[in-house]
Design a protein around this ligand. Structure first.
Ligand SMILES: [Zn+2]
Length: 292
């Protein structure tokens, strides 16, 4: 269904000298697939093992992510986000697979992160935007605690049954990862993409999932967070109206709210975000993995 650029790492083990510490050669049927089309900062990696083994997990530095069964496919899979500030160059992923006899097989997967340039955007904003007062900061911290609590309840299993899509068709007015300068002072980098659309324009769920948080927050305005399982959470900010409730199941394309300019926003648009196991990556990477 998807235009996956599947790279058979097993085939490369001999060719590239991948460190291979286990007994894979004597285990016919081992196939490790990696979609490497987004090996860049802000990218989204899908790693899968085919056919289904008893259990598997991937380690990348401090991050450990389990592989879970994909519905309708005889595979275990996991998604990994590549942080925006990852330096280009070699990185090592460790894949551990436990077979049905309980034997562990460890693979070292060397990858090369490609360079990616992020633009700089200069904005003139009221001085209060640059130095928010302590009351606002305290409110922001309370809201962030609420967000963290909601994210902690995300589900490990796959909750979607159809490809992901963009929440609306507007042009990108501010891409992921932009270094923002407010009145010439560097601020945090842009954690999602801004999609241009008029106020009131419908906003659709990017994929099937469960609403884990709705709120009206100081910075993000009226917001919806959708858990898609497997560590994938999409976020929709600055809405004028929210049309779903906490705990509600939604399907891809279902209207969940309307475009607005609530919170810290300079005009109507949708800020769309994607978290992958707590790493914020370019949300456009998600539908790209499911493009026909
Ligand atoms: Zn934005």
């Amino acid at each position: 269904m998807a235009k996956f650029l599947l790279l058979c790492l097993l085939a490369l083990i001999g060719a590239t000298g991948l460190c291979h510490q286990a007994t894979a050669e004597s285990d016919p049927g081992w196939n490790i697939h990696l979609d490497d089309s987004q090996l860049q900062p802000g990218g989204l990696l899908r790693i899968d093992v085919d056919p289904s083994q008893a259990a598997a997990h991937i380690d990348w530095g401090e991050i450990r992510v389990p592989l879970v069964p994909l519905t309708a496919e005889n595979r275990l899979a996991a998604f990994l986000g590549i942080p925006r500030d990852t330096k280009p160059g070699p990185v090592i992923l460790q894949l551990t697979v436990t077979d049905r006899q309980g034997r562990e097989h460890r693979h070292t997967l060397p990858l090369v992160i490609k360079p990616r340039e992020f633009p700089v955007q200069r904005l003139k904003v009221p001085e209060s935007y640059v130095s928010p007062d302590p009351e606002i900061l305290a409110r922001h911290q309370r809201e962030q605690a609420e967000v963290r609590a909601a994210l902690a309840g995300s589900r490990p299993e796959q909750l979607w049954r159809q490809p992901f899509r963009k929440p609306l068709q507007g042009a990108v007015s501010s891409p992921f990862g932009v270094q923002r300068m407010f009145n010439d002072q560097p601020r945090s980098t842009h954690s999602g993409v801004d999609l241009r659309a008029p106020s009131g324009h419908p906003v659709a769920a990017a994929g099937d999932g469960v609403v884990i948080l709705t709120g009206d927050h100081y910075f993000s305005g009226r917001s919806v967070y959708i858990d898609h399982g497997m560590g994938l959470i999409t976020m929709y900010f600055h809405l004028s109206e929210i049309l779903v409730e906490n705990g509600q199941s939604v399907t891809a394309g279902q209207i969940i709210g309307r475009v607005g300019s609530t919170g810290r926003s300079t005009g109507p648009h949708l800020h769309w975000g994607l978290r992958v196991h707590d790493c914020r990556v370019d949300p456009l990477a998600l539908p790209a993995l499911f493009t026909q």
